[in-house]
Design a protein around this ligand. Sequence first.
Ligand SMILES: Cc1cc2nc3c(=O)[nH]c(=O)nc-3n(C[C@H](O)[C@H](O)[C@H](O)COP(=O)(O)OP(=O)(O)OC[C@H]3O[C@@H](n4cnc5c(N)ncnc54)[C@H](O)[C@@H]3O)c2cc1C
Length: 483
Amino acid sequence: MKVTLAGATIDRRFWKDDPAATPETISAAYARISHSPKTMGELRDIAVDQIEGARSSNENIIYRMGHSSVAEHAVFNLDIEDASRLLVEFIEHHRLASYTERSQRYVFFGDKELVIPKEIEDSEFREDVIDLERKKFDLYNRMVSDALMKEKYGDKLLEQARYVLGLTCPTDIGLTLNARELEYIIAQGTKHDLSEVRELSRALFDSCGDLAPSLIKYTSGHDHITSTRNAIADWMKGRKSKSQIFECQSCLPHTTMEQNVCCERPTAIDDPEAEIAAALMFEIGDLSFKEYRCIAREMSDSDLMDLFTPVFRNYPVHASLPRAFEMMYLTFDFLISASAFAQLKRHRMATLLVQGYDPDDWVTPQVYIENPDHTKDYLDLMRESSVMFSRIKKEMGQDVASYVLTNAHRRRVVFKVNLRELYHFVRLRSDQHAQDEIREISNRMVCAMKEHFPLVTSMLCGKDTYDEGKKRILGCSSEKGGE
Ligand SMILES: Cc1cc2nc3c(=O)[nH]c(=O)nc-3n(C[C@H](O)[C@H](O)[C@H](O)COP(=O)(O)OP(=O)(O)OC[C@H]3O[C@@H](n4cnc5c(N)ncnc54)[C@H](O)[C@@H]3O)c2cc1C
């Protein structure tokens, strides 16, 4: 085994003048490993010498072949300064990135410039908002410099004083993320309602788009998210909401520092389809999750389907479904060969538990069945491996013994995923380009899911049958699917 350092995060100042210095070369070299016998060093040399070739290879492998994880090898470090707390919420909503944020618990924020969002800057509220935000900073400053409070609260003073600061309050974050997630964040921000988010999206693209054009490509925005939210909001109109519940009261209930987290026993989910429906409504409405759960559990199948339909209709084949679909967890327990396991384990948004390989359990592919001589040789080798496994295991343990097993040997796994990830898994693995064994596993999961949860799995299928399914189930194709 040999380890070579292929690259590292180095401050941009040290490499900005070299035209071949782009994180795309690492992605291109790794992308090509899949189909090329060349060494990794040779592949990196080729990528650096022929940048344009590397770029077109990236585009082909990532976007045409759908081997998107290749873009994850290119990593960016970005300084984001003077972002409002609300903008930071948008940024950190994305889970697959690394953040380090200047903390209001430890740093004094009273000398920050007031940031007035563009929407408010151009509105009749400008003066009032500036006045209000100044008053917040004033009170914060008075609190932080109050000698008595300092003495009484010590290190805790900043922590408590910050509660009065506005969500406009600017802060700084160091952001590290790969090209796949960066492209996703840029696209999410392009059509966002807040101009600060749109500005961030443009700034991210301007900073990295030219540096890695083959990895940051589809940034034009996601209409399907807004159109789906609007459709669900329309569907919810006239149904129960907080304003109706509190309409007879003079004011909404006040909140104190007292926490209402975990007041009740966390519930186990016995009706996962209703759970997803509740989550979809929760993100748009204003009732508690518990109330939406009650509403969802009383909904008829046809009502539930009406709620899910905008998602299935609007979300394109490559988009991951709304996070509400993470509310349903599925646990599968099955046997899998080492060959198919190599693919299963690549799905990271899952809990994968494994047992050791069983030396006496293997699969026999069709090519070894065609001819009796091949079949005999194959079976002999499997048995021989099994015997060798047992001998080594006795002396050196199961881990070392596993080296003498083959791609055909099977192990038992537990694969636990949420429905959002299962959709993604099935899109790739029930597709015609997937390898046979994993496709069979994926197809069986689809059958079981459809039998037990027919509503939320309406569009659970491989990429290749997606269009046909959409026409059959929703009466529309992907080109004209949007609402
Ligand atoms: C037909 C086919 C051929 C393939 N060929 C090869 C090959 O030759 N060589 C090879 O190495 N692999 C190959 N793969 C594997 C492939 O590149 C993926 O690693 C694998 O399918 C896992 O899928 P995923 O990366 O989309 O996401 P998962 O791990 O299932 O994650 C789900 C989603 O989470 C997000 N995500 C997860 N982790 C990250 C992250 N670190 N950064 C950003 N976003 C993230 C992405 O949006 C992703 O779609 C192949 C896959 C298929 C389907």
